[in-house]
Design a protein. Structure first.
Length: 168
């Protein structure tokens, strides 16, 4: 298992687990992570607001393994996710990474390709489908307004109907 593979897997799972914005993921430092139980991350979002999100044990384990394999050793102020040459991952680098790992996913007509933001939408949709209260999702995603979170619910319902008519 290469360091790049481990980073990619940890990052993709992190995006889905947290619903983090691209800028939150690439701006994440090691010190914002708590990888011991209960694992969580402190995300720095829009409007200079901070929020805590739980991490699944698998996400925490992959991130811990990634950081353990890193050379030179990461400190609390080090970026959590770095490029193949050890520099902080950029938004563009994140978009390339997501594109590289999702090119095999079929895109429905009139839909955009998978991007980091699609992970955010997917997180919201799956939380809604699991019965998580909308206010909890609002806090999880760092939305100021409940209207923004409700848009994810509307998009999820519309997207589901498109998938059913296209593939079923």
């Amino acid at each position: 298992m290469t360091e790049g593979w481990l980073r990619d897997r940890a990052l993709l799972l992190f995006l889905y687990n947290t619903g983090a914005r691209a800028t939150e993921a690439v701006g994440l430092t090691v010190g914002q992570l708590t990888l011991t139980p209960p694992p969580q991350v402190r995300l720095h979002g829009k409007g200079d607001k901070w929020r805590n999100c739980p991490l699944w044990p698998e996400t925490a384990r992959l991130i811990a393994n990634m950081l353990e394999a890193r050379s030179p050793r990461a400190t609390d102020t080090s970026p959590a996710f770095v490029s193949n040459v050890g520099r902080p991952l950029t938004r563009f680098g994140l978009y390339k990474l997501v594109k590289r790992h999702t090119t095999q996913i079929p895109v429905i007509e009139n839909q955009r390709a998978v991007s980091p933001h699609v992970f955010r939408h997917t997180t919201a949709a799956h939380l809604l489908e699991a019965g998580v209260e909308v206010n909890v999702i609002r806090g999880w995603l760092g939305h100021v307004s409940l209207d923004t979170t409700n848009r994810y619910a509307e998009i999820s319902i519309t997207h589901r109907s498109v998938i059913k008519t296209t593939f079923c």
